[in-house]
Design a binder for this molecule. Structure first.
Ligand SMILES: Cc1cc2nc3c(=O)[nH]c(=O)nc-3n(C[C@H](O)[C@H](O)[C@H](O)COP(=O)(O)O)c2cc1C
Length: 404
């Protein structure tokens, strides 16, 4: 028989820990978010369904996105034990600038639709965390306003080459004049992908006040309040284009884009030039042959061609073919700091995330983006140490293996 006793109040008091209730709902939900998936869950509750689905969804049957996420999960780490990792250094250098860790925030259009804080907030957080931010051609903040909001940021610009090349040339002039250091031209948007969730939700940009929208206001009042009391959502940098958003979108995706246009861009853009949307070794080699500084292996987060290649799988071959000096970035499906580490091990200089920071933005505006970056940075650092590696530079292909 065990010898039991009735606990004394003084002993119980030591065990009782009442935490003070956090009254700020955003702080409360962010402090309870430990993964990007947690932020996604909050985003789903705080944002109208059509907007959440626009961000979360992918093209057609969403096969590409599922495969990309699975590919990261199929990578196993191969740790080295008994290494001193007491002073880890997650930093890296990209285009002559130091990054806190190998992360770049990917370009995402319509960012003010996800949360009124929009692109400026994301760029400010990126500057604070010391990682680059890429403004999209179809951003809802102008090239100039973004540069002014994050003057110390490592600001990049993503370009869609418009059917009217003169308009593109004029936009490039503005990008140059505003001090952007890297131009990233996207080439996987010959036409828009078919995002079935958007079609089913009847999403319009800007969001229209339909009967469904009025019903939605009851469940997302603060999102609608922000939307109705702040400047309208528009393609801010493209004011020179005429027509509504759909008509403008039709002008900025050019199905006639070819390698000659890349050569033209190389001749007019004097700084670093990356090509985003590369999905084969041959195309990577070809654009680098035209003088581009590197490539972004990407299938647009599965939002364009469904059943497109799982870019993580071709990363080692691209790195091998381009050699150590060209920049190779990768995105599509990254949801954690250990995903970032795995891609770096396979040869990426840095990894881009789109949805991961947008979930944070939807869950808590600027503070939510900061929480997303905190989570990714923390996961990256811890995984690096557990892998037995002291620095980003020390991560090698020997540290990962695909489990088939
Ligand atoms: C809501 C949303 C909007 C996007 N808009 C753009 C864009 O304007 N230009 C572009 O090159 N890529 C765009 N992308 C693709 C991202 O740059 C990136 O390739 C993709 O999000 C990476 O996948 P991930 O979301 O799984 O990280 C967008 C992605 C999302 C989710």
């Amino acid at each position: 028989m065990e010898n039991r006793q009735i606990p004394k109040w003084s002993e119980l008091r030591e065990l009782l820990q009442f935490r003070r209730m956090e009254l700020d709902p955003i702080k409360r939900r962010l402090s309870r978010s430990f993964t990007i998936a947690d932020l996604r869950n909050h985003a789903k509750r705080t944002t109208p369904r059509a907007v959440f689905n626009y961000t979360d969804g992918a093209a057609e049957e969403e096969i590409t996105l599922a495969r990309c996420r699975q590919a990261f999960r199929d990578l196993e780490f191969v740790p080295s034990v008994l290494r001193d990792v007491s002073n880890p250094d997650p930093t890296t250098e990209l285009f002559g600038r130091k990054l806190a860790f190998p992360l770049v925030l990917a370009p995402t259009g319509y960012t003010r639709m996800m949360h009124n804080d929009g692109e400026k907030a994301v760029a400010r957080v990126a500057a604070r965390f010391n990682v680059p931010y890429t403004l999209s051609t179809v951003g809802t903040t102008t090239v100039e306003d973004l540069a002014a909001a994050a003057p110390d940021g490592n600001n990049w610009f993503q370009l869609y080459v418009a059917k009217d090349r003169q308009k593109t040339a004029a936009l490039i002039e503005r990008v140059l004049a505003s001090g952007y250091e890297v131009l990233m031209v996207t080439v996987d948007t010959q036409v828009g992908g078919s995002r079935v969730r958007e079609l089913r939700d009847g999403l319009t940009i800007p969001p229209a006040l339909t009967v469904r929208a009025f019903a939605d206001m009851a469940t997302h009042p603060s999102w609608w309040f922000d939307k109705l009391t702040t400047p309208p959502i528009e393609f801010a940098s493209l004011r020179g284009f005429s027509g509504n958003s759909a008509e403008v979108a039709d002008q900025i995706f050019d199905p006639a884009l070819t390698f000659e246009d890349i050569a033209w861009l190389r001749s007019v853009w004097p700084h670093k030039l990356l090509v985003k949307g590369i999905q084969s070794v041959a195309d990577a080699e070809r654009v680098v042959g035209l003088g581009c500084d590197g490539v972004v292996l990407s299938n647009h987060g599965g939002r364009q061609l469904d059943r497109s290649p799982t870019v993580l799988r071709i990363l080692p071959a691209v790195r091998e073919r381009l050699g150590p000096d060209r920049v190779v970035l990768i995105d599509s499906g990254v949801m954690s700091g250990s995903d970032v580490l795995a891609a770096v091990a396979l040869g990426a200089d840095a990894v881009m995330v789109g949805r991961a920071y947008l979930y944070g933005l939807m869950a808590g505006g600027e503070r939510g983006v900061a929480r997303a970056l905190e989570i990714l940075r923390g996961q990256y650092l811890r995984s690096m140490q557990l892998l037995g590696v002291k620095s980003t530079a020390g991560v090698t292909p020997q540290h990962v293996a695909f489990v088939d």
